[in-house]
Design a protein around this ligand. Structure first.
Ligand code: ATP
Ligand code: MG
Length: 372
């Protein structure tokens, strides 16, 4: 799936952008605060319907405007399709070939062949920071792999909110009636994440070895479910185990007013040579591990979709040491992927540029082609 053209309106500081991306690398050059990340965010939003940074959708609408819109023409095996998304009054509407999702167009058709992986300096904290970021990584990666996860994760969050409210105020039978849907949605998500981790683990090991050389320790990835729930079982059995964990914690959870087991409490374990990378890895090793994790996701999608996902690289070269930067740019140059790269310094990404690289300048929210 190739993005042939991109149209952005009143998204963040981008009033009106028309862009014809390169089939390979498109470089967005500009000083700080000009709108480079905003443009990546627009593309990410279009291809995943999830905001990249925004906490509330309203943040995406340009100050003073009442709606934001992003649209793109994607070329795939079945021809060219127009996908579009709008934010207005804090809500989001998406359409495929002019037909609104939900009425006329199906979510699966919208995401057919769309997948994008973003790599930004914040990701470099993935190993070091708390479990939130790792769960977010997992869910975004799972959703790229299986678009149905978008709805499944929402269903889980809804069930969790309902049960937490019942824990705080409801009678025992009210709580019990909310536990069953929570267990069902939770087990679904656990199985998705478990399957994804199983796919990513060997790819992570290989990518880390390639980045760090033969003498480096072996990288290991595993899923750790809270409450000791074992996930290496068929889905129904995972559900039964999650139900037992919730039952065992019922008194405590009622006191705290909060569900203390389930996918929202889980973590991803990253280790080097058998030791937790978060506690024992060096700064450089932790960053190499994050880079390896991103490459594992890209390679996994590439294998599953038959082509690499759309890549969005936000100012990554400025944050990586020269050796890792060389590795990443070499990897990208060899990958037949469509990519967008932002930078304040053109020299940093020069090694990834080829004859078909397109250069654009971003200044005060205006995007214009640069003749190289
Ligand atoms: N909803 C909005 N409406 C208008 N402007 C916005 C909105 N949200 C953010 N901005 C502006 O966008 C600008 C930041 O854009 P962006 O993060 O894309 O910069 P950048 O080019 O990536 O810079 P850097 O190189 O520092 O990362 C800020 O000046 C901010 O005020
Ligand atoms: Mg930026």
């Amino acid at each position: 799936m190739k993005l042939l053209s991109l149209h952005v309106q009143d998204f963040r500081n981008l009033a009106a952008v028309e862009l014809a991306p390169s089939p390979r690398a498109t470089v967005l050059l500009g000083e700080n605060g000009q709108g480079k990340t905003n443009l990546l965010e627009a593309i990410y939003f279009l291809t995943t319907l999830k905001p990249l940074r925004a906490v509330r959708l309203a943040e995406l609408v340009r100050f003073g405007a009442d709606r934001a819109g992003v649209a793109g023409d994607f070329e795939g095996p079945g021809g060219v399709r127009r996908v579009a998304v709008q934010v207005a009054a804090g809500g989001r509407t998406a359409s495929l070939d002019g037909k609104a999702l939900g009425s006329g167009a199906r979510l699966d058709d919208y995401f057919e062949g769309l997948a994008s992986v973003c790599f930004s300096p914040d990701d470099l904290l993935l190993v070091k920071a708390g479990p939130d970021g790792r769960r977010r990584f997992l869910d975004r990666a799972a959703f790229n792999r299986w678009p149905a996860v978008l709805g499944e994760a929402r269903e889980y969050v809804r069930a969790l909110r309902a049960r937490n409210a019942a824990l705080r105020g409801g009678a025992p039978e009210v709580e019990a009636s909310f536990r069953e849907p929570l267990v069902r949605a939770g087990a679904r998500l656990l199985v998705r994440r478990r399957d994804l981790v199983a796919e990513l683990a060997p790819r992570l090991r290989a990518a880390f070895a390639e980045i760090s050389g033969p003498s480096a320790p072996e990288a290991h990835l595993a899923y750790r479910a809270a409450g000791g729930v074992e996930v290496d079982h068929p889905e129904a059995e995972v559900a039964a185990r999650l139900a037992r964990a919730l039952e065992a914690r019922l008194e405590r959870d009622r006191e705290k007013g909060f569900t203390s087991a389930g996918p929202h409490m889980d973590d991803l374990v990253l280790a080097l040579g058998g030791k937790g990378a978060r506690l024992y890895g060096s700064q450089g090793q932790q960053r190499a591990l994050v880079l390896a994790l991103k490459i594992a996701e890209i390679e996994n999608l590439r294998a599953a979709l038959g082509r690499p996902p759309l890549l969005l690289l936000d100012d990554v070269s400025s944050e990586l040491d020269p050796a890792k930067n060389r590795f990443l740019l070499g990897y990208l140059a060899a990958l037949p992927a469509q990519a967008f790269l932002t930078t304040t310094d053109r020299r940093l990404i020069e090694p990834a540029a080829g004859p078909d690289t397109a250069f654009y300048e971003v200044r005060s929210g205006v995007v214009s082609p640069l003749v190289s």
